[in-house]
Write a protein that binds this ligand. Sequence first.
Ligand code: GLC
Length: 750
Amino acid sequence: MLSREQLDQLLGDMSLEEKIGQMIQLTGYYFTGSGGETGPASEMRIPEDILKSTASVLNVTGAKRLKEVQENYIKENPHRIPLVFMADVIHGFRTVFPIPLAQGCSFDPQLVKECASVAARESAAAGLHVTFSSMADLVRDPRWGRCMESTGEDVYLNGQMARAAVEGYQGESLTDEGTIGACLKHFAGYGAAEGGRDYNTVDMSELSLREQYLPAYREAVKAGTALVMTSFNTVNGIPASANRWLNEEILRKEWGFDGVLISDYSAIYELIFHGVAENEEEAGKLAVEAGVDMDMVSPVYGGTLKKMAEEGRISEELIDRSARRVLELKNRLGLFDSPFRSEKWMEREEEIMHCECHRRTARKMAEESMVLLKNDGILPVRPENLSKKTVALIGPYARSRELGSVWSMFLQEEEVVNLEEGFNNAFTEDSDWMGIRLLVEEGAPILDPGEELTPFKGPILVNDWKEKGIDREEALARAVKAAKEADVVILALGEHKQYSGEGASKASLRLSKGQQHLFEEVNQANPNTVVVLFSGRPLIFPEIKQKAAAVLQAWRPGTEGGDAVARVLTGKVNPSGRLSMSFPKAEGQIPVYYNHLRTGRPAQEGSRERFVSTYRDLDGEPAYPFGYGLSYTEFSYGSVSTNKEEYGLMEEIQACVVVENTGKIPGYEVVQCYVQDMVGSTARPVRELKGFKRIWLEPGEKETVSFTITEEQTRMITGKGTWETEPGTFRIYIGKDSRVTDNFKEVIKR
Ligand code: GLC
């Protein structure tokens, strides 16, 4: 590691061009001649002397290739400053885990940390140094395609998950091989884009920002994230990449973040499109003065900072400050000592990738993140209940290997265990299943006719039924026939992989018409139909919710998805996922989330009063609420007790409850602790998650589960605009999901 003095010396020896070079990240195109060019990046007009000093490359991987790029680069660099290689490893590198929205449903931060450390090991073996993860954007709008990258709608859950991910990626020290730097994103409030339309305006009170949207980012900063990325959106009128209040006041001064602040892809250039900068020079000045240290793939910093500094229009100290932070990042990553960083791991790249141990972690997360939404008793499917000895696996996801997401750029689809293979594995692993037939029919494609021709330039949605010459009516008929022959139907439906992720906002959250029709036909042929949903967001499926015998939300479960689904449905695994995001009943309800304010006219669930906060044509309750999920067993909760009835303003309090497994099957329960501040100088949410614990209970077993609610956890934005706890009455709820109403204890803070 270089000492402070050595870094000072290095900075002092660098020319203005070289310092500006440290503030630029380019796509691999300039070093490997490959890698897509999108947006302004393709018109880069960066002078050669700055271009060759660029600090970083994004989304190029492979130990051999990156070693070559680094060797060639350092040879040409007068100060032998190494490149830093960054990429989007969002939910796994080659071993792909469930999407973060699913991982949030595990309520298992320890497992999230383990997944991140596996992703780090594989990424480091592929020569990477930094991942653009964890994404801690709070989401309440499932129309936004990127809700899949978040861990959900709750500030506390998101904070726990963001911290776990950063710790998993970065390990004990970033000089350790097999670790990678984390880049927290998108700072800030990107998930609140108006209308759920990507990149759209974010406008909210400072109270909402500070109570709901910022704390999870802060947890990641406290965990030591090496970088933070600015978001595309405006925050109260100023785009994040030009927002000095966000970046200098909050991130740097209040939170003490001293790492690298990198812009999102071409976001600095887009300040012009936002209309806050006349031209590239103005954009560059705004961003560098707002503390953005690195310009991701835009021509602005490389094309304007030199001239503006030489003409005194920006202070060269700002350039020194940012260049120094980038050098410190490289130093923290150990790149000056070892430009290849994880050489021993890179030598074993193929051996490490997707190894059995990593796959076991992926399967465990997939099993823990699936949420059983409905079960009329048909699940688990057991061979002794199959008189016809036949299971029909039907639907476009019956054989699909697209169980990753648009961010699974390094996934190799042939390594994905699809549902058919998952069931065949389950049947062969257990002799009880000997002789059970599995009939497999796709029944319908994912997309409706015409959807394939995407109305936008982006990736073309693919339905190869035309090429395969598959006739839709014939396929449907085969599926109905299989349903009739089977005891139970597993109907695997869902949205197209391209329908979630970046640039994938949707106004309708329904399944395609073809898939809805397939459900109606199959369910009519055999009412013992279990629907498995694959999606990157909460979908809306009222007919399925009403008529299916069971519904399992499988999300986008990653490379081990097929095995995980089969093991859950056959009872090898008792489902324990709990929703990290509410499922609306209709698009018109959005946003619908659990920790809303009471309003002056709260609507009681089921009431048909007119003059209350609800709809005339629907109620305001979600189809499935935050924290909800079923198990194959039942758990009972005793009354909440606390160690005090009254306590001091600055004191913490303990609350506990006895939980019992009153069913016949062992399993995990996610015990959730919510707090309601009954009266505040600003209106308070009806519930706020303050703790959760996953506990394993054998049938008949009981456990006392306790939570400590700290003083910091009851702080709020007061009517005076301060951040503090107020005295008053609090209700402490402990239950199985956010709808817990009758199991609480009232305590008084003096
Ligand atoms: C994208 C995304 C961001 C990603 C970055 C680099 O536009 O907004 O999440 O990390 O660019 O690919």
